[in-house]
Ligand binder design. Structure first.
Ligand code: SAM
Length: 326
């Protein structure tokens, strides 16, 4: 069991399968982003060699992310390998959905259980402006393919950015009236060279809530307002689905964090918003034993930072979001 020095049991690993992406969302990375050479990234056999170490240490919940996980070569085989590792209880993916139209069914067959699809607006023009070149129609087709394939319950992630999509919050929330989806609004977090933009355009939980209620009526808390993972859940009257708020900036949930992140270049990052990382790929490549690698994972876990300090203006500068894996 991997435990940190504050007594939190760390059993949830988010694995970034690539730092590359087929979109360039304004809040995620700069337009002229340069990606790491492929040789610096974990190869399929390296990732699959690390998997049993994590499961044997009690990690049983996994989410695949990126960059955009579906652009990784051999994605279906990689998912099959991860899903087939004894001890993997839950396996989901966060994706922009662009390639799900053709990949949803094979991914489900390979062992993927669920997807979160990122959609920040239902307006095609605004979608293009936020993603710099994406097509909402492709993403919508991907979302429908995910439902048909049984990658359910589907969750939708929306990051709200002032000047881009704060007017779309109520339209997105209204999707829950007709669909049994969880639509989750994520407060924008600051990273690296995009931090200034991210902090300037932040839309708070309170503002999102009042925009939704002004159009759609009062929301009721689900489960007495208890956190579902990182999201606080609400429901509109008569709605089939739920609305979630992930308010990492204004209402941090660090005390209940059980996550670690494995970056595409093989670093174990213990807090999204702290620079602390432990390299696993170099030791793996230079012949470290299974016991050595497990000791590194336990060391990283023990030293997991308590949480972020955005209030104290401590912003992680060493990577942007797409290089960590959200
Ligand atoms: N490409 C995939 C996608 O679009 O879902 C997976 C990677 S993306 C980094 C994971 C999630 O992080 C997405 O829902 C994205 O909207 C969110 N995200 C990106 N930058 C963010 C930021 N600065 N603050 C909060 N969420 C962010």
């Amino acid at each position: 069991m991997a435990i940190d020095r504050f007594g939190r049991e760390i059993h949830y690993l988010r694995i970034s399968l690539t730092d590359r992406c087929n979109l360039r969302c304004v809040y995620c990375m700069p337009e002229d982003m340069t990606f790491r050479p492929r040789t610096e990234l974990m190869q399929d056999d390296e990732l699959l060699a690390l998997m049993p170490l994590f499961t044997e240490l009690g990690f049983n919940k996994y989410r695949l992310t990126g960059g955009e996980p579906t652009v990784r070569a051999n994605i279906v085989d990689v998912v099959r390998g991860i899903a087939g590792t004894p001890g993997v209880r839950s396996l989901s993916m966060t994706t922009n959905g662009v390639l799900l139209g053709k990949l949803a069914a094979p991914l489900k067959e390979a062992g993927l259980q669920r997807v979160n699809v990122s959609i920040d607006t239902l307006n095609e023009e605004r979608f293009k402006r936020i993603t710099r070149w994406g097509s909402l129609r492709d993403v919508w087709a991907g979302l429908e393919a995910a439902e048909r394939a049984g990658l359910t319950p589907v969750k939708i992630n929306a990051v709200v950015v002032r000047g881009y999509n704060e007017d779309d919050v109520a339209d997105l929330a209204a999707l829950t009236l007709e669909h049994n989806w969880q639509v989750r609004f994520i407060e924008m977090m600051p990273f690296g060279e995009v931090a200034g933009f991210q902090q300037g355009q932040l839309v708070s939980f309170a503002e999102m809530q009042s925009r939704i209620e002004a159009r759609l009526g009062a929301m009721e808390t689900v489960d007495d307002g208890k956190l579902d993972g990182e999201a606080r859940l609400f429901r509109l009257a008569q709605a089939k689905g739920e609305i979630g708020f992930i308010s990492s900036v204004s209402q941090p949930f660090c005390a209940s964090c059980t996550r670690a992140r494995l970056t595409a270049d093989g670093k174990l990052r213990m807090c999204l918003l702290r620079e602390y990382e432990v390299d696993l790929l170099t030791p793996l490549r230079t012949g470290a034993s299974t016991a050595d690698l497990k000791a590194l994972i336990l060391h990283a876990t023990w030293n997991k930072p308590w949480g972020h300090d955005l209030a104290g203006d401590v912003i992680p500068l060493n990577r942007v979001m797409s290089e960590i894996g959200g």
